[in-house]
Ligand binder design. Sequence first.
Ligand code: GLC
Length: 410
Amino acid sequence: MKRLTPLILGLFLCFSLLGMFSCRQPDTPPSDPEDRMAWWRHDRFGMFIHWGLYAIPAGEWKDATHYGEWIRHSAQIPIGEYDQFRDQFNPGEFNAREWVKMAKEAGMKYIVITSKHHDGFCLWDSEFTDFDIMSTPFRRDVLSELRKACDREGIRLCFYHSIMDWHHPDYLPRRDWEKDRPAEGADFERYVKYLKGQLRELITTYGPLGILWFDGEWESTWNHQRGKDLYEYVRGLQPDIIINNRVDVGRDGSMAGFSKDVEFAGDYGTPEQEVPATGFPGVDWETCMTMNDHWGYNKNDHNWKSSSDLIRMLADIASKGGNLLLNVGPTAQGTFPEASIERLKTIGRWMSVNGEAIYGTHASPFPFLPWGRCTVKPTATGTRLYLNVFNWPQDGKLRVPGLYNPTQKA
Ligand code: GLC
């Protein structure tokens, strides 16, 4: 039995049992996809970073302040006005090593950063566009600095890359409110070449990558054929890369991230801002979640989830066999918001004691436990259960209903 740091959940307890539970086991002979997914299934916890020009308005435009990375669209900012943020982007306090260390100290094993979000701005030195970091006064290749820092700290670098692009002249459709960007002459096939060229550039310059995390696949110009083709193209560039399901059009119209009962490309599902009520045996999934209500930095969003809620969320997700990709939206100066730093530190303190109950674990065999969550790990002689106690039963007795195996030790 281990004691927790004062703040948090109660305790996690280990139970070693004789015999296996019939939950998903890791010792089926590995096929290629199994090999490829092994690190991801083990690591369980990553950092999402939404960073780009939208950090400058920081959620505020004219009289409203509810925007994040969608600000150009939601506030209907003409392209000429939005482009001015490029001339202002100069995050003098950006320090890749500090960012990566903060992720690592929180117990996160991979970082997924927006190489390009929907606004089309590129965080690296791209030979295919001037709408990139090298055209800002900052003129430092953010992705290259992160690559070095990740290598140093042993963190996997991954990119979020938007298929939808509100800046490239060949991307279609235009936003329905846009008056100043006629669609005449636009050629979507040419855009797909641009997209592929940039992905090749990203993988060959900054790879090998852990994940390519696609998004913005829902507009009319994208379809299953294109999704499948892009999936195969990226896999051809780096055979062991992991690619999320948003490369294709398999989502069912909701944010749930699970795919319709049709063939679709993609290695895992991406429920957004929600934790599924149950796990999905045989399906890989990762919840992506904000710490407040926005992905991109919003200076007026103070609706932060508490550290203990986030820790419980991580335990809950692990108990259902999923991963958590927890978001940080850095400021235009290049710093993480203070509230995010506090939460990362607290999660890190918990993970340094209890990480064993998260990494390399499998879904709980119990459909419901009244006092918390359970994760499972096979051992050489049986099975170990990690009991994450959110609320101690009032009578002080922790009952594990449905546990019939002989117990080796607790
Ligand atoms: C969404 C949003 C986006 C955010 C993302 C995170 O689809 O369009 O702004 O990057 O999902 O999952």
